[in-house]
Design a protein around this ligand. Structure first.
Ligand code: TXA
Ligand code: MG
Length: 325
């Protein structure tokens, strides 16, 4: 089946109340008709996700915004103009008609226009909003390829549209616009300074984001591989790896850039070189965690990236992953 036919078939499945996994520029989503409660129930069942967790509604373009949200503030239009289609989710006051299954019973709704040709073609063919969480089982690493979705959900999904590997690799930036000040709820690939320039004001950070920036500490577990993941800064990383190896643990180190040949030849652990650029690191992060999670290691040790803005999303996901064990 060619892609055009597959998209057409997927839109029909959505209309029939079935689920469709589809690629976006961030990660793959598990989509369902956002206006069909029975279809939404299938999403929660397939993921094993608690039903009070809200879903992001994907729309074809910003003209659909007013159908899902009310009292849309000026800030929302500015951000939509600047970043849609793109990896940005806006949290707005929900329109009365939006189902509780989508909002988790809250009075807000998350909306985004994804920047992926297959996602956009599907949205246009379907015509309505597609509610879609990441297409992984609850608490697991998000899928960045169709193969990952197959591994995660198998036959629990009506159809999987294959759009290759996701360009961004981490989930969208989420900004809440329901209070006077814009709040960053989840860091993604978008540059914070660029968002602030667009809004002519600073973003308020949630506690979680502040912890990453100012005082790394305990975060709720999420995005976790099943093999324990530890994060260490460069100087502590190899010490920890040597100690664990000496205790008989099978260890892989996910380091930033190459390790010197001296270190490689003197250790009993494996070293995997991650990209030194944040954007490239983000693109391969989940596929790498997924790969090493299955490779029979006892511990994954990741080098903690620099405390700078471009690394915000990667640090957030690594910390949550490390918290899961
Ligand atoms: O990049 C993405 O955002 C991907 C792709 C598929 O679009 N989707 C995604 O969905 O990451 P999910 O469900 O895995 O994560 C969505 C996050 C959740 O943490 C959820 O709590 C939050 O968005 N969210 C959704 N609606 C919300 C709302 N009304 N208020 C606050 N948070 C909300
Ligand atoms: Mg998710």
């Amino acid at each position: 089946m060619n892609l055009q036919d597959a998209i057409h078939g997927a839109a029909n499945l959505l209309r029939a109340g079935d689920t469709v996994a589809f690629p976006t520029e961030t990660v793959y989503g598990l989509g369902a008709d956002a206006a069909n409660p029975l279809a939404l129930r299938k999403v929660f069942e397939a993921k094993g996700r608690p039903s009070d967790h809200p879903l992001i509604v994907h729309i074809a373009d910003s003209s659909h915004l007013s159908g899902w949200a009310q009292d849309v503030p000026d800030m929302a239009w500015k951000l939509a103009d600047a970043f849609w289609p793109g990896p940005l989710t806006l949290i707005l006051l929900r329109h009365d008609q939006v189902l509780n299954a989508v909002t988790g019973g809250q009075d807000t709704v998350g909306l985004r226009v994804p920047d992926h040709p297959v996602a956009l073609a599907l949205l246009r063919a379907f015509g309505g909003g597609i509610a879609a969480p990441s297409a992984n089982r609850f608490g697991r690493v998000s899928p960045t390829s169709a193969q990952h979705v197959r591994e995660e959900l198998g036959t629990k999904v009506g159809m999987i549209l294959d759009g290759g590997s996701c360009r961004v690799g981490v989930e969208s930036t989420i900004i809440s616009l329901v209070h006077d000040k814009p709040v960053l709820l989840r860091p993604g690939s978008l540059c914070i300074a660029y968002i602030e320039d667009t809004l002519h004001q600073k973003l308020m950070l949630t506690q979680v984001t502040e912890q990453i920036i100012r005082a790394p500490g305990a975060l709720p577990a999420h995005y976790a591989p099943t093999t324990p993941l530890e994060l260490h800064f460069a100087d502590a990383l190899l010490h920890r790896a040597r100690r664990l190896s000496a205790q008989g643990c099978k260890v892989v180190v996910l380091g930033l850039g190459e390790m010197s040949s001296y270190d490689i030849s003197n250790n009993g652990f494996e070293y995997f070189s991650m990209p030194e650029l944040a954007k490239e690191y983000a693109r391969v992060l989940y596929a790498t965690l997924r790969h090493f999670d299955r490779a029979g290691f006892d511990v994954l040790l990741a080098e903690d990236p620099p405390d700078t803005q471009p690394w915000l999303a990667v640090k957030d996901r690594l910390r949550r992953g490390a918290q899961g064990c």
